[in-house]
Write a protein of this length. Structure first.
Length: 187
């Protein structure tokens, strides 16, 4: 797989309201593990839509992995122009920093938000362009990733389209492993 879309929950859906939250470390670690193994198999592009939360954390992971995997590139395909317009300043600043570092940035609909259909079009377009999907997802709490996942599952019915999940169980195991490996764990 050379091109993968990455998505998951928005930060507020995870109860994360600032960039210092401990959970971000583990989410990024899980993303890094999955993306690293894909890079070792030839991954070249990661596509995100730039939504706050998992997608922007995935962008940060891509930037870190680019030092080791020179072929890796990030595309940010926003659903509409100025998607950050109503965001808080800290979130807007973080987002704009990601856009500046990205290898490719474009908006799928070439106008500001005016119709919820723009979000569906974004999901369809990105799934069409990708060769697989990596998603942080909990079946018991569908939230916003469900919309991406529905489109990916429809594509998967027709053709080979891998969907890779990061689940709450995966994150729990990561947390346990990290705590177990800490020097002060046994004290």
């Amino acid at each position: 797989m050379k091109v993968i879309a990455v998505t998951g929950y928005k930060s507020h859906e995870l109860g994360i309201f600032d960039q210092k939250h401990d959970g971000i470390y583990y989410i990024k670690l899980a993303l890094e593990q999955r993306l690293r193994s894909l890079c070792e198999e030839g991954l070249e592009w990661v596509i995100i839509s730039g939504q706050l939360g998992v997608e922007l954390w995935a962008a940060e992971v891509v930037f870190a992995l680019k030092e080791e995997f020179k072929q890796l590139q990030l595309a940010v395909l926003t659903p509409f122009l100025e998607q950050e317009e109503r965001w808080q300043e800290a979130a807007k600043s973080h987002y704009l920093e990601i856009l500046q570092k990205a290898d490719f940035v474009d908006s799928i609909t070439k106008r500001p938000y005016d119709d919820p259909a723009q979000l569906r079009q974004k999901n369809e377009f990105i799934i069409m362009k990708a060769e697989g999907l990596l998603v942080l997802y909990d079946e018991e709490k569908p939230g916003s990733p469900r919309f991406y996942l529905d489109i990916a599952l429809k594509r998967q019915e027709k053709e080979h389209f891998p969907i890779l999940f990061i689940t709450p169980s995966d994150l729990d195991i990561l947390v346990q492993e990290e705590q177990f490996n800490r020097v002060d764990y046994w004290e």
